[in-house]
Design a protein around this ligand. Structure first.
Ligand code: PGA
Length: 250
């Protein structure tokens, strides 16, 4: 099945509003003919301004996090409606930094993904093993469990729309990319698990690879059968570099 590639920038806790706007001014003309879905996830403070800068362009806006509750006494949190308000088309949930630094569980991630879908925002659901788990031979069973747990509340009629990001923790921000073959092995296992959960829709779900993706390695990663995109941290911070990734097929 032909799946449309999706390349997403995760800026994490980087870029002020002026920096985000300067990025957009440089980046948008570079990628106006991109044949893939291109997504920028700025910090929450820049969502509104960047959303306005992206309006009418071929680049979509994403949040890096969301709270599953609709409203209430949740100091510091941001609701799905607030993300609709600023024009988010996507929301990253379950990034390994949130799982490890802030104790987010599969159950919490599943609630976030369902809450985003309820507001017509597409969740990008992140999974990935630690170095210890890989060395113990637990990668496929651990990631398979994360997939089942984190997607447990996806409405089955919307399953084909969800985006999964496989990000081995040991490859994030370390310069150590999984080899394309290592990544493909896990992507194929994830595809199998998605088929068990969602039947034929599992073939339509796009699976991004993340972890030290850069212009130099994106082409060989994207050539793998079950790699449908990338979630990019460090190499997404400069317009030229992320544009080269978004235009990987040129
Ligand atoms: P990296 O981050 O590209 O800097 O490794 C990827 C991510 O954490 O999404």
């Amino acid at each position: 099945m032909a799946r449309r590639p999706i390349l997403a920038a995760n800026w994490k806790m980087q870029k002020t509003v002026p920096e985000a706007l300067a990025f957009a001014a440089d980046f948008l003309p570079r990628v106006k003919d991109a044949q893939a879905d291109v997504v920028l996830a700025p910090p929450a403070t820049a969502l509104h301004a960047l959303g306005q800068a992206l309006a009418g362009s071929n680049v979509a806006l994403a949040a890096q996090n969301v709270n599953p509750e609709a409203k209430g006494a949740f100091t510091g949190e941001i609701s799905p409606d607030m993300l609709v308000d600023v024009g988010c088309g996507y929301g990253i949930v379950g990034h390994s930094e949130r799982r490890t630094l802030y104790g987010e569980t599969d159950e919490f991630v599943a609630a976030k993904a369902a809450a985003l879908f309820a507001r017509d925002i597409v969740p990008i659901v992140c999974v990935g093993e630690s170095l210890e788990q890989r060395e113990a031979g637990q990668t496929l069973s651990f990631v398979g469990g994360q997939i089942a747990g984190s997607l447990a509340r996806i409405p089955s009629e919307r399953a084909a729309e969800v985006v999964v990001a496989y990000e081995p923790i040991w490859a994030i921000g370390t310069g150590k990319t999984a080899t394309p073959e290592m990544a493909q092995e896990v992507h194929a296992a994830i595809r199998g698990r998605l088929g068990e959960l969602f039947g034929a829709d599992g073939e339509a779900i796009r699976i991004q690879y993340g972890g030290s993706v850069k212009p130099e390695n994106v082409v060989e990663l994207m050539a793998q059968a079950d790699i449908d995109g990338a979630l990019v941290g460090g190499a997404s911070l400069e317009p030229e570099s992320f544009a080269a990734i978004a235009l990987f097929d040129r």
